[in-house]
Design a protein around this ligand. Structure first.
Ligand code: SF4
Length: 104
């Protein structure tokens, strides 16, 4: 019997198509408070954890790929720190043209 909470299983299905990849076990955030990564005003603290993470590259690639290949709302509503990037930073990666317009 699977003892993981339903929400966790749904998230793993969405993010990884089922089970989390092996690299996830080495994540610096494995034992961190999850709210750290999704709370306004704590971005710098969350990024500090990511900066020490041995699987930052894998995590970042996975998140950007998931957002890029999913429905537009995944990109448009990107929030929280994942892979060392804030939601705003990931949106700028997904929408560089919009980025340029913002600057102009
Ligand atoms: S890069 Fe950050 S969000 Fe990704 S696994 Fe590592 S600590 Fe967690």
């Amino acid at each position: 019997m699977n003892t993981e909470p339903h929400g966790y299983r749904v998230l793993m299905k969405l993010l990884f198509g089922g089970e989390p990849p092996a690299w996830r076990d080495r994540a610096a955030c494995a034992d961190a408070d999850p709210s750290l990564f999704h709370t306004a005003g704590r971005t710098a603290a969350a990024k500090a954890v990511c900066a020490t993470c041995p699987v930052l590259a894998e995590c970042r690639e996975n998140q950007l790929s998931w957002e890029a290949n999913g429905p537009a709302r995944y990109r448009d509503n990107a929030f929280g720190v994942v892979g060392g990037l804030s939601g705003a930073e990931r949106r700028r990666i997904h929408y560089p043209a919009r980025n340029a317009k913002d600057v102009a």
